[in-house]
Ligand binder design. Structure first.
Ligand code: FES
Length: 162
């Protein structure tokens, strides 16, 4: 039996060669899998440059002379989902006009305007905001979010995210 003759090699050599090839193939598959998963996170996303969505909410003559007006409208629908109703408050104070999100900055409940108290009141944990949306009581850590608002051609618009 000569040393270099392949036919005479013991079967353990063939099995070892097969196992090494199998391990290399599995390693290559793992690298390919994690490489492609990493690419998903590294490639730029299209929706990172989302444009604000303009929502016409009122005609100009429907604005309150002074005070707070609650507005509800259908929000943008996420893919495969129904649109969720949005609530905002349009505030006219002296000559200023601004819009506040109704979403409480504590845990996201929807606040209501209390004309009696002249406060936005959160029904969940007693949070309270003044007519500028600033916290006056309770657990909220920040003011109600301001939403850009403008009037064009007699119509009142909000600039909503996405
Ligand atoms: S969610 Fe509004 S106070 Fe907690």
């Amino acid at each position: 039996m000569s040393k270099g003759n392949k036919k005479n090699r013991p079967p353990v050599f063939v099995r070892r060669h097969f196992l090494v090839s199998l391990a290399q193939a599995m390693f290559a598959l793992v690298v390919l899998f994690f490489g492609s998963v990493s690419l998903v996170f590294l490639l730029p996303r299209k929706n990172l440059t989302r444009q604000p969505r303009l929502v016409g909410i009122l005609d100009e003559e429907e604005l309150p002379g002074q005070g707070v007006k609650r507005i509800e409208f259908a929000g943008a629908a996420a893919a495969g989902r129904r649109p969720v109703n949005q609530r905002v408050f349009v505030v006219k104070k002296a000559a200023r006009l601004f819009a506040l999100s109704a979403r409480c900055t504590h845990l996201g409940c929807l606040v209501e305007w209390s004309r009696h108290r002249q406060r936005f009141v959160c029904p969940c944990h007693g949070g309270m905001y003044d007519d500028e949306g600033l916290v006056v009581q309770g657990p909220p850590s920040g003011p109600l979010a301001r939403i850009p608002i403008f009037i064009r051609d007699g119509r009142v618009y909000l600039e909503m995210d996405g």
